[in-house]
Design a binder for this molecule. Sequence first.
Ligand SMILES: C[S@@+](CC[C@H](N)C(=O)[O-])C[C@H]1O[C@@H](n2cnc3c(N)ncnc32)[C@H](O)[C@@H]1O
Length: 729
Amino acid sequence: MFNAQCQDPQSGGLRRLIKQSVRQVIVENKQTQTEADCFQVITKADRAQPTPTANLNTPNAVPKKSGLTGGTLEKPRSSRILRFDASKIKLEPQSPVLHRSTKMVDRDNLEEYRSMIPVTSEPQCLNPEPLQSVVPTSNLLLALPAFQTPVERFKQSKTEEMESKPLILALLPTQSGVEDSQPIERVRLKENPETQHAEPVRSYDSSSLELKDEHNVVPLNETTQVLETATLTNSMVKVEVELNFSSKAADNPTNVLSAKNGLPQGARRACGQSSTEIGRDTPHRGGRDVRNCSKTCEKSEAKVAEVKQHNRRPTFMKNEAIRKAGGGAKKNYGSAAMSNLKAKPVELSHLAVAEEQRVKSSGSSGSGVCGSDKGRKRMLISKDLLELDGHPPNGAAARKPDHRHDRYDISRGKERVPISLSALGAEDLPEEFFYTKSSVVFQSAHVGISMARIGEDDRCSGCVGNCLDKLTPCECARLTDGEFAYTVEGLLYPHFLKQELDRKRNLSFLSFCLPGTCPVERTGDEPCKGHTQRRFIKECWEKCGCKQLCGNRIVQRGITARLQVFWTGGKGWGVRALDYLPAGTFVCEYVGEILTNTEMWFRNNESHRSAKHHFSLNLDADWCSERYLKDEEALCLDGTCYGNVARFINHGCFDTNLLEVPVEIESPDHHYYHLAFFTSKDVAANEELIWDYGLDFNDKDHPLRAFECLCGSDFCRGKSLGGNSWHKS
Ligand SMILES: C[S@@+](CC[C@H](N)C(=O)[O-])C[C@H]1O[C@@H](n2cnc3c(N)ncnc32)[C@H](O)[C@@H]1O
């Protein structure tokens, strides 16, 4: 679909090829500028017989897959932890503040999450001992197991139902929460209150709620009155949370509220506040030097230190406790894959079984483009592909896709930052797809990356710390044309950007590889006129000696910019950055299923043909290499069913703000690489992000018809396509 460029450097004129064309655009300054078509899918090339001369013994040869072993099918049960401020949710359920403060974490990673909790939880007036009686009402950590749909949830077995109990992990005290708070007795959940799947109100009282009787965590008593309600969205399931607080304080001496001050018995006031005495403690007198206070005063240095020390204790359950409580939550898809260094490739047959299970168990997956690709086999492109001893990540292969969109974060916690979805003006939500942070391999695509094959020259094993600190480029940088591509700020160097933009706009002779190596040419009617050579970036990686914080590791760290999927109108969904992004900022990688040209061609002729939007692109930056790439070898990415936020990025014919750059991480094998998007210029907050698909809008041989382009550029190549547009077909 996207990304291959051909031109005849001999004639300099424009000649249309079978799949690609180069168009000349006369820009205002009368300079002739050419824009190459990159948005390309397989046409005749895929139907042709493979060229038998491919030499797989070359250094770049792709290792054949063999003997893939390991892998167990385990039903993934992840849990989401939603931290929200009840008062804010109540007032502004969709505020960005709320959005930012929402974080989904696998149960196994709670400890990691602890460090991310803002210090606003610092107790203001709390006595650590009777904390159970001082219950803040504003910050609550609530874990809800993830479910496919509410309906499915209620079909769960009794055992699983037990596991689905909400788990209050912590109540974080805030200043405002002190005066009017009481112990929570009940959390009442009402799922999907506004949808047809509305389920009856589900109440969890002290016996069904799992609470950790630890600092900041509140035991339950009998239910009495509702003091606070809140609504949060968990994976498109709207959950109304009613926090029921005790009013039977007198029954419980530790929960007695002082009629005068509203504080539970045993809680202390901060110095300078009302001088009401509570219990035997001596309150701090206003204006008094805290150094003179006794330890019983909570403003005293000793008390503050004690409180701080107490708060350093883990607020959350330990993993083991959580597993017991939640029934054995598994690591989530992404993190498990990335953290399992000893993983072996997932056995394909297991994947097939998993896929079948997915199709069977997902009622909605039988429709639409994604629903039609039953039985596909996929693997994560990650360390679990490495041919090392070990096992695949638990449940990674068997994980069921959850097709619903979470508007607060369509990645469902898989990305480092939430990717929100603004559906303003849209009639429907985007079509279902499986959000994946890393590309997955479809059955025939050979992208096995072997650690053993990564040689000394392909990594900087002798480096330490940050390679950017070195005076001379490390081995990885040498593979990036001998220099680092990234600045210390993590941006693409301006000269790198300029060079690549020039290369795209003004296809110079030097940018082309020799004819005769192009798979298009081998099967087409016309000779290939060359492809633009792409400059690859080689990032440092696990096998390098440098640290994870090395500045030559940008794309592998994932998305850091706040992105939002929004409704553009005519173009469908698009992506914008919520903040200003300077030129050279990494935005995201194009993630999808990795498949061969041949497989892509079949898909385009079958399931994708009638699709409204198309999500496939060619990884053809290696077409300039000396060896042939057979059609069964040349790779494409299809983001239709498995993809990330990049699948929503729209096309622009000219003056786009994104540049696609091939980036190698795992190995310097140009056969498979990551296609990373960087801002090609400064991008204002809320500006739509677009890149040039390089689509040949006039290609009538293509199985998919080009869309009628609405990029709005004066140099638009596809705005008046007449009958060639799928919109009109
Ligand atoms: C990779 S998807 C982009 C996301 C898509 N807009 C959506 O709603 O899912 C590519 C598809 O978006 C639409 N599209 C992208 N750029 C466009 C443009 N400039 N004008 C019209 N449609 C566009 C076309 O339907 C195209 O097949």
